[in-house]
Structures are given as C-alpha cells and as structure tokens.
Design a protein around this ligand. Structure first.
Ligand code: SF4
Length: 362
C-alpha cells in the first residue's frame, strides 16, 4: 500500500527503504547480488545506487544484454549478407558491436545496406514494399523472441519469400544455472529481469531457490522497484530464507504470457548454443524449426555461424558471469572506453562496462 500511495520514484520512500537495508546489513558479511538485465544495470547506474548502498552490499552485472552475448559470428554473417546486396535490419547497438573480423558499421561504410529499426515489423514492411531480399538479425532474450516468431508466422501466411531471420535469441534461466554451477560463483541473490519475466513468469527461476538455496526477486526499473527488490533479497539472505518473489506485479504475472510462449514454441525449438565470452550453454538458445526453414536466413544462405571469442584482452565473459567487475578489467577506461570500445560490454549504452564508465567507476 505504501508503494502504491507514494509512486515508484518517491525519494523519501527510497531513503526509508535504504535506511532499512543499511540496518539489516550493519555488521553483516558481504552480500553479492546480481542484476541480470542490462536495463537494471542502467537504472542502478543512473540512480547512483551503487554509491548509496552499504559497502558490504555488492551489485554485480549479469549476462542480460543481447549485444554483449551475441557471438561475433552473427555480426560477421550479417555483414557478409549486406555486402552481397541483401538488406540487413537490426537494432541500433548491433551496428557498432565488433564481430570476429568485421562489424556492421564497416559493412555499411563499404556500401552494405544496413537498416536500424526498433522492431521486426520494419523488416516485414521493407520486404513487402521493396521486393529485394531482407534479413532481420534477431537478437535478444525471451522478451523479443515472440515478436520474431510472430513475424515468421506473418511472412509464412503472406508468402513473403524475400523475408528471413538470422536468429540469435538466447534464454535467461539456463544462463543463471551456468552462473550458479560455476565453482567461483559468489552470487547470493538475483534481481531478476522485469521484461523477460512478463513472458516466462516466475516459475522458470524457481530452481535458484530449490536447488541452490539462492533467492531471486523479479523487479521493475524505477527507484522504488529496485530498492524493494534489494530489501527483499537482503532480508531473505540475512534470515537464511530462499524463495523467488515477484515485486513487479503491476506488469509480471506468475504464469507469464502463455500466448507469447505458444507463438515462440510454434516457430522455434530450444537448442544448446554459444554465448559470447561465456561459451556453450545447454538448452539456452532458439533455432527456427524445420517447418519454417524458408524463413531461416541460416538455411536460406547456407550460413555457418562461428566466432564466439572476444577481442584480445577483453574480459566481458568474466564480467557477464559476475566473476569480475568492469573496473577490474585491465583495459577499462584505458584502451577501452565508450568512444573507443574494445569489447561488447562497452559498446551498448546498457552494457555493464559502459554503465560503470558513465556512472563513476572509472
Ligand atoms: S572494459 Fe572493455 S575490454 Fe574490458 S571487459 Fe569491458 S568491454 Fe571488455
């Protein structure tokens, strides 16, 4: 009730929650929490929460930003398609991210046709209206995968044979399992992603509490959303409890969005896949089902995607697993800055390294 009455940006309420967190952490051993999603990383940076919370409460950034975990081979393959005269459409951050041997920015400079769009609908429109081959480079997690799947169904229904998708969708829960399975893992709780959870609900995270005894809280992105999640996690950890809670009930339902999940299941199958800098994670990716192979750019153009390695010296893989903080990378703020990024976590505005640089860890 307090929350609803005051609003999600109320600073007085924020101060009171912070004071309760400080009280709970007073004299306690260090607690390390991971914010899984890049949008949370951005909110926490913008709000200056890393400086406001007690010294023994550490926030680590996780693997939830698509630009950072998409293998460079997808960028290379999309750049090759563009240079072959095919129109490639993707989200803005993907244009700057380095592939293994090139980038979309470079392909564009060499007259490759790269179009930036905020959704796959623009790719469908282009395919309908312009006639040439159009490939949508589809990155992202459970949040964006349903729209890619819906676009494939639309293209199939309309017989839009010049449209296809190069799919690099990833699933969040298997990545969290990988983090917990790591013997070096120091994470004692998770701020779980709000957007992804609108699709999958809360059940897919329950293994964190059941198998690893680690709590998780699904959170929104405003000041009070994040602080409520932190307080709930700190309270559970300090009292030895572990559960997966939903603190974003105004948007996320426990059962998620069944319709979106059905559309995804119709078009995609779940497969083992590579995450850039992290490696292969079982059952963590989506691939277009054979029934829709005509709309799968990998099949259509015979693409074999490789290139999961990071640029030399880049520690993004350790940053994304919460093993290293961005400022602990030897290149951070020296050879690697937002103006001249070396690795993918510095390219995206919501990448852990870019946020750390912008909001004061340099
Ligand atoms: S600072 Fe740059 S090189 Fe280091 S981990 Fe981050 S993106 Fe990679």
């Amino acid at each position: 009730m307090e929350l609803l009455a005051k609003g999600y940006r109320d600073e007085d309420l924020g101060r009171r929650i912070l004071s309760r967190i400080r009280g709970e952490m007073d004299g306690a051993p260090t607690v390390r929490l991971m914010e899984v999603c890049g949008t949370h990383t951005m909110s926490i940076g913008k709000l200056g929460l890393r400086r406001a919370i007690p010294y023994n409460l550490v926030l680590l950034s996780g693997p939830g930003w698509p630009v950072c975990v998409t293998p460079g081979g997808y960028v290379d393959a999309a750049a090759d398609l563009a240079l072959d005269g095919i129109t490639v459409i993707t989200f803005g951050d993907m244009v700057r991210v380095p592939g293994s041997r090139t980038s979309l920015e470079r392909a564009r400079a060499s007259r490759g046709r790269i179009v930036v769009a905020s959704s796959v609908t623009a790719a469908l429109d282009l395919a309908r209206n312009e006639g040439g081959d159009v490939v949508f480079l589809a990155v992202g997690f459970e949040t964006t995968a349903p729209t890619t799947a819906a676009a494939v169904l639309t293209a199939s229904r309309e017989g839009l044979n010049n449209f296809s998708v190069l799919v690099s969708h990833r699933l969040v829960p298997p990545a969290l399992r990988l983090i917990m399975d790591d013997p070096d893992c120091a994470v004692s709780g998770f701020i779980l992603p709000g957007h992804v959870s609108t699709i999958i609900g809360t059940e897919p995270y329950e293994f964190l509490a059941d198998e690893f005894g680690v709590p998780g809280v699904v959170a929104g992105f405003e000041l009070i959303d994040v602080l409520v999640a932190l307080e709930s996690l700190v309270h559970m950890i300090r009292s030895g409890a572990a559960a997966v809670n939903n603190a974003y009930t105004r948007v996320v339902r426990t059962g998620g969005n069944r319709k979106a999940e059905e559309i995804m299941a119709e078009v995609f199958e779940v497969v083992d896949t590579e995450w850039r800098g992290i490696g292969r994670i079982p059952m963590s990716g989506l691939a277009v089902r054979e029934e829709y192979a005509a709309f799968d750019a990998a099949c259509k153009y015979g693409i074999q995607v490789g290139g999961c390695e990071l640029p030399p010296g880049c520690s993004c893989g350790s940053v994304l697993r919460g093993v290293l903080r961005p400022a602990e990378c030897p290149l951070f703020g020296r050879r690697c800055t937002p103006q001249q990024p070396v690795g993918p976590c510095m390219v995206s505005t919501e990448g852990a390294c870019a946020v750390s640089y912008k909001y004061g860890e340099k």
